[in-house]
Design a protein around this ligand. Structure first.
Ligand code: PEP
Ligand code: MN
Length: 321
């Protein structure tokens, strides 16, 4: 019938999502086929991401990181990888505090072309070194389709930044890579556009997608972005994909990171991604929104209490797969 079939194996049932143009008579023709229990039209524009095709949650796994299960996962690290000392010290500190993955940009999408653009491949090597020492899975951003093979060689999770959420060729390339993907919401994107961006990755046969609310642009100028936490339960109603929150970019202010991390856990987020730096005042990027090791320890302790209050807990290191 000219449609593409996506097989989604769940615990309750196997769903074959037939994606394509709506055709007269297709439903009747399929319904009478052997092995077909039911044909259900999917109303959401994002077909594979929709809860309608997969009622149970997707768990994304990448080495030490597991997101989407009972436990809240915390990804932490600097905005940018700067030096060996900086990334190793941060990896050790966030691991000790209970993070299960390390973040750090090697290729940085900066507002100004004159700002630090990242250590590039050297940064990826340093992230791999930190993983080797700590066992933490590495989450790092990829900026273009051509970069995907290189970044995928080092990363456990490929991050798509807010500025690239609608870079469709990049979404398809990370989909084809087969690597788990952390997709950040564009700061000017609606929730439907966000889910359709995820759909581009899922449509390439890659189901390992984590959604990240990182704040949107509004008329408000007190904070760098406005962090809408209702997005978390709303997305969880619409999609089976795990939803995490970035309170660092979401607020743009170090003093607001801990309160909003707690609020995100209270809202039911499946995880957090937090910018942590040994000396935020000396950071080469996003220092004003980065917290230091002591503040991160405090954040973890507070979030553990909030998680407990809603019947969850913070994830601890799982053995590497
Ligand atoms: C980052 O994670 O450092 C980053 C650049 O985030 P965003 O794409 O959300 O701005
Ligand atoms: Mn940053």
């Amino acid at each position: 019938m000219g449609m593409k079939g996506h097989v989604i194996v769940g615990t309750e049932r196997t769903v074959v999502a037939a994606i394509g143009e709506k055709r007269d008579g297709a439903r009747e023709a399929l319904e009478t086929m052997e092995g077909v229990e039911q044909v259900v039209p999917i109303l959401a524009p994002y077909k594979i991401a929709s809860r309608e095709v997969r009622p149970e949650k997707t768990v994304v796994r990448a080495g030490s990181l597991e997101v989407g299960g009972e436990r809240v996962a915390v990804i932490a690290g600097p905005c940018s990888v700067e030096t060996e000392e900086q990334i190793l010290a941060t990896a050790r500190a966030v691991k000790a505090a209970g993070a299960t993955a390390l973040r750090g940009g090697a290729f940085k999408p900066r507002t100004s072309p004159y700002s630090f653009q990242g250590l590039k491949e050297k940064g990826l090597e340093l992230l791999a070194l930190a993983r080797e020492e700590t066992g933490l899975a590495v989450v790092t951003e990829v900026l273009s389709p051509e970069q995907v093979p290189l970044v995928a060689e080092y990363a456990d999770v490929l991050q798509i930044g807010a500025r690239n959420m609608q870079n469709y060729l990049l979404l398809q390339a990370v989909g084809d890579s087969g690597k788990p993907v952390l997709l950040k919401r564009g700061h000017g994107a609606t929730v439907d556009e966000f889910l359709l961006a995820a759909e581009y990755i899922l449509d390439r046969g890659n189901q390992q997608v984590i959604l990240c609310e990182r704040g949107i642009r509004t008329f408000e100028t007190h904070t760098r972005f406005t962090l809408p936490l209702a997005t978390v339960p709303y997305l969880q109603e619409r999609t089976h994909l795990p939803v995490i929150v970035d309170p660092s970019h979401g607020t743009g202010k170090a003093s607001l990171v801990r309160p909003m991390a707690r609020a995100a856990v209270a809202a039911g987020a499946d995880g957090l991604i937090v910018e942590v730096h040994p000396r935020p005042e000396e950071a080469w990027s996003d220092g004003y929104q980065s917290i230091n090791f002591d503040q991160f320890d405090q954040l973890m302790a507070e979030c553990a209490r909030v998680a407990e209050a809603i019947g969850r807990s913070i994830a601890t290191l799982v053995s590497q797969t």
